[in-house]
Write a protein that binds this ligand. Structure first.
Ligand code: F6P
Length: 500
């Protein structure tokens, strides 16, 4: 990728959003993509013909087409770890061998769902899903989004090593009726293993005669789970080439398959597969993840935006910003290219967000009048997730659309305190409803958008070495105490932990 591509983008003569709409009557249809029950409206971003052409050239130079083929065909795209990234195979897309393998493992998942349903584990009512990061955020998001009214089991997800999280998760559970799912790709994550050990003790204290019989493991390293004490027959393995933050499609999604039922889980996979086909085959200018990545890159790389904000105007999707934080920041928060050279540009912006309309009364002041340029993303559903008066949903959607309009139009006032500069970009993602298929497609959209961003920057989005140093230092402190640290860290350890 040549620097001249970026120079052209940086020097692009920008027009205001209002001017862009005035000049092109077809702007909405040109910058709207509809598929899989989702409408992606990027018309309130500054993408115009010039930018689209320059970004398309950049994508060509960066080899986006070849990178997509490498991803879907199971080539080694995670070069630093010498692995493919096989999450798309979990939904039947791409590499035939990996798809067959994924299907076999999913059959095991399905059998376990059936076994639990028919009482092979006793009278199970609750599932305590223990995992962290990619081994927790997906199941948590999906159960919160899709399992509110008619979940078949009561699913609790616990991640934090703070015992208060486990205390809260177990508070209303009957240990005799609880299945514990220990979810860890590596089965070495200290927080997860400590929570699993404490859950075991909780079961023992709760009178469960053989707690191990109520434990299952979801992992890419079954041998580690066996070592920990879980019987092989109760382990649901998955392919180690599925990255942690891309793993809700495989056995890490087990509580979703159990809680919502197998057909809902399959619908979710099929929804994601629809997005896979679109990302792989749709032309660049009609390709939702690619266009969204162009807009992301324009603001982060050319306009200096250090953050992007995501607001779910739907209570069912309130955990989406948390999920996206890991997906986007752990994937693309890097200052080195896949070839090991300094990145020389900004890495992925900080993803943050919240839920509308709450956020309007808390953080939108800064979005409208602060000095930072923050691209905003709105996600809403045409169909409400409740039976209360339609006035609720109308108010929700009206507010969502009003915010996008206000960010763009601004309002002039001689009184500077009341002046809105406007021309602030937003993207609106409008779902037909919050269903397994649509949420599957939505999450796959974000995965591919992250991949397209990475490819255009030259980043490997599938490793995460940046998380290792902190883990290593925590281990050193736990093993050796405050030896060899800076005075501040030493004093904090002594003040809080004494002689550990
Ligand atoms: O520390 C980061 C990380 O490795 C994430 O990438 C991952 O999702 C999380 O920890 C949990 O890892 P595991 O599934 O191996 O327990």
């Amino acid at each position: 990728m040549t620097n001249s591509n970026w120079t052209a983008l940086e020097q692009h003569e920008e027009q205001t959003l209002i001017a862009l709409f005035e000049r092109d009557a077809d702007r909405v249809s040109k910058l709207t993509v509809e598929l899989g029950g989702i409408r992606f409206d990027l018309s309130k971003t500054h993408l115009d013909d010039g930018l689209l052409s320059d970004f398309s050239a950049l994508a060509n130079d960066a080899g986006l087409g070849a990178a997509k083929e490498a991803l879907f065909s199971g080539a080694i795209v995670n070069t630093t770890e010498d692995r493919a990234a096989e999450h798309t195979a979990e939904r039947g897309s791409g590499n035939a061998e990996a798809v067959t393998h994924a299907r076999e493992l999913q059959k095991r998942m399905r059998s376990l769902v059936d076994a639990i349903d028919v009482g092979a584990f006793g009278e199970i009512r609750h599932v305590l899903h223990i995992g962290i990061g990619g081994s927790a955020l997906g199941p948590k998001l999906l159960m919160d989004a899709l399992g509110r009214d008619d979940a078949r089991y009561d699913i609790k997800v616990v991640s934090n090593v703070d015992g208060a999280a486990l205390a809260e998760a177990t508070r209303d559970l009957d240990p005799l009726k609880t299945l514990v799912a220990v979810a860890s790709k590596t089965f070495t994550t200290t927080e997860t293993l400590l929570n699993a050990t404490s859950a075991m003790e909780w079961m023992q204290k709760g009178g469960v005669a053989d707690p191990y019989a109520q434990f299952i493991a979801l992992t890419a390293y079954p041998e580690k789970a066996i070592e920990w004490g879980i019987d092989e027959s109760r382990i649901l393995p998955f392919n180690e080439a599925v990255g942690g933050r891309y793993s809700l499609w495989c056995s890490i999604g087990f509580p979703v398959a159990l809680g919502l039922g197998w057909s809902a889980f399959e619908e979710m996979l099929e929804g994601a597969a629809t997005m896979d086909r679109h990302f792989r085959n749709a032309p660049t200018l009609e390709n939702a993840p690619t266009l969204a990545a162009f807009a992301d890159l324009f603001y982060a790389q050319c306009k200096g935006s250090q953050t992007r904000a995501v607001f779910a105007y739907d209570e069912r999707l309130r955990l989406l910003p948390d999920y996206l934080q890991q997906l986007e920041m752990e994937s693309n928060g890097k200052s080195v290219t896949a070839k090991g050279a300094p990145l020389g540009r900004h890495s992925s912006p900080v993803t943050w967000g919240g839920v509308g309309t709450d956020a309007q009364h808390a953080v939108f002041q800064l979005l409208h009048q602060g000095t930072h340029l923050i691209p905003v993303e709105f996600i809403a559903s045409k169909t409400p997730g409740h039976d209360f008066d339609v006035a609720h949903h109308e108010a929700l959607l009206i507010n969502c659309f009003a915010q996008g309009a206000a960010l763009m139009s601004g309002r002039n006032s001689d009184d500077l305190a009341r002046n809105y500069v406007g021309d602030r970009p937003s993207t609106t993602i409008l779902l037909d409803d919050v269903t397994p298929a649509i949420v599957g497609a939505l999450i796959a959209f974000y995965e591919h958008r992250t991949f397209a961003n990475a490819t255009l920057l030259g980043i490997n989005p599938f490793d995460q070495f940046g998380v290792e140093l902190g883990k290593q230092i925590a281990k050193d402190i736990a093993e050796n105490g405050p030896v060899g640290f800076d005075p501040s860290t030493t004093a904090l350890i002594e003040a809080a932990l004494g002689d550990i």
